[in-house]
Design a protein around this ligand. Structure first.
Ligand code: CMC
Length: 423
């Protein structure tokens, strides 16, 4: 894996030879681990040029707009797979056989109910709390309810925790929504598929159980697949860093949820809808584009740009197609969608966005579909968190199994040198 060498020449010292590591695909990586023995560190605050780990789960080629999970293109998974099969693939490295799939689905269904006492915990929150605030609290609290799967050095415990998280996230998300609405919490139904069950818990009430639309359930499943993993993004790196300390998986996923909440990451799907509301009308687009380009204005075009994709986001392409299907099926003629399409068209022609390779990302379209399905805006990032849980836990499992050291970055210190107290 390390046939090539890089030489680093630091003025006044002998050249330092560094191994160059080659992955299956993607750019070569200079292994700087030995640099500390020369008394130097590398400096890369936003991880612009830093590979933080070795992984076999997901590969992104940002220039070509390629996203592969365990080698399989996201477009094929979205079209021909389903969320639970994708979960199995991410967790285990290969697609399941028919028997393995049936066993996996049954295992996940076995874990859908959450501890009854969690309702008491939920009752402590204000009903107008942001659902992501409640999610951070409740998912972190799972470690207080499931002590029997907390030994991170036991592979079986790690697997049970992974299954519990994938199974319980929809139940918790729907509980949080029902609580905010003041409606009774709906128990999961294991005769339904993963996405049907989620929609059932979200929208049915004990007074009225309506059948779940297959179109909406399929769209929901596709949204789950498109968000399932995205290699070392901010929230996954947060989960890995928290996990590197030996923290339990529920605490690590709660840390991931917190990192996802920010508008530069998963919070962007909610921010897109808020922004479309703010723009209000096609006639205001130019004014808002000018704000986005103004360096003295903090406004950014939400749902545009990506750290890794400098061509297009392949998830956005599938999401746009799903968006058309859902709106067509529901017969919705959403003026906000029209506004979004016009905004996209004008922004893509604008040299500012073209020069900086700023294209619509997954969050640009997901909010419009979620809105059409009837999911309130404040729940958008919760849906992202639910879907991404499998990615987070797959990376956590991979890291623990590889025995990675605690993550402990260093710094370029620019504060005072040592000095004495003036007394
Ligand atoms: N609107 C206006 N200008 C932008 C935008 C935007 N959405 N995104 C980037 N730029 C500009 C930025 O100001 C900079 O300009 P200049 O070179 O003149 O200083 C240039 O483009 C490069 O941007 P950057 O901020 O250095 O890029 P980054 O890799 O640090 O940030 C990003 C990536 C996604 C945080 C950023 O593009 C952004 O804030 N976008 C809006 C939020 C959003 O949609 N986030 C969801 C990402 S996809 C879902 C996920 O994976 O979480």
């Amino acid at each position: 894996m390390a046939d090539k060498k890089a030489q680093l020449i630091i003025e006044g010292t002998a050249p330092v030879e560094l191994p160059v590591l080659t992955g299956t695909v993607g750019p070569d990586v200079i292994d700087v681990r030995s640099l500390t023995s020369t008394g130097h560190f590398t400096f890369d605050p936003g991880f612009m040029s830093t590979a933080s780990c070795e992984s076999k789960i997901t590969y992104i080629d940002g220039d070509k707009g390629i996203l592969l999970h365990r080698g399989y293109p996201i477009e094929q998974l979205a079209e021909k797979s389903d969320y639970l099969e994708t979960c199995y693939l991410l967790l285990n490295g290969e697609l399941p056989t028919t028997e393995q799939k049936a066993q996996f689905v049954s295992t996940i269904k076995n874990h859908t109910i959450v501890h009854e006492q969690l309702k008491t915990f939920l009752n402590g929150f204000r009903r107008d709390a942001h659902p992501m605030a409640v999610m951070c609290g409740i998912v972190g609290a799972l470690s207080a309810f499931y002590h029997d799967s907390l030994d991170i050095n036991n592979p079986q415990h790690r697997e049970i925790s992974a299954h519990r998280l994938i199974a319980k996230m929809p139940t918790i998300a729907a509980m949080v929504y029902k609580y905010s609405m003041g409606q009774p919490i709906m128990y999961p139904r294991n005769d339904l598929s993963y996405s049907e069950n989620f929609l059932h818990m979200m929208f049915n009430t004990p007074a009225e159980i309506k059948p779940i639309s297959p179109v909406l359930a399929n769209a929901m499943d596709r949204i789950f697949i498109l968000h399932a993993d995205h290699e070392q993004n901010a929230s996954t790196s947060t989960v890995r860093l928290a996990g590197s300390t030996g923290a339990n998986p529920f605490a690590c996923i709660a840390a991931g949820i917190a990192a996802l909440w920010g508008p530069a990451h998963g919070g962007a799907n909610e921010a897109v809808l808020t922004m479309l509301d703010e723009i209000g009308d096609v006639s205001n687009i130019e004014k808002f584009l000018a704000k986005a380009k103004d360096k003295n204005d903090p406004f950014k075009l939400m749902g545009f740009g990506h750290r890794v994709y400098k061509n297009f986001d392949p998830r956005a392409k599938v999401m746009k197609k799903t968006c058309d299907e859902v709106l067509g099926e529901l017969g919705i003629n959403d003026p906000q969608l029209e506004l979004a399409m016009k905004l996209e068209e004008i922004a893509l022609k604008d040299p500012y966005f073209a020069e900086r390779n700023l294209y619509p990302n997954v969050d640009f379209y997901s909010g419009i579909i979620l809105k059409a399905i009837g999911i309130p805006t404040s729940m958008f990032t919760v849906i992202f968190a639910m879907s991404r849980t499998v990615g987070w836990i797959s990376h956590w499992k991979e890291m623990i199994a590889s025995g990675q050291k605690i993550g402990r970055p260093r710094q370029l210190y620019t504060g005072h040198a040592q000095r004495d107290l003036p007394r």
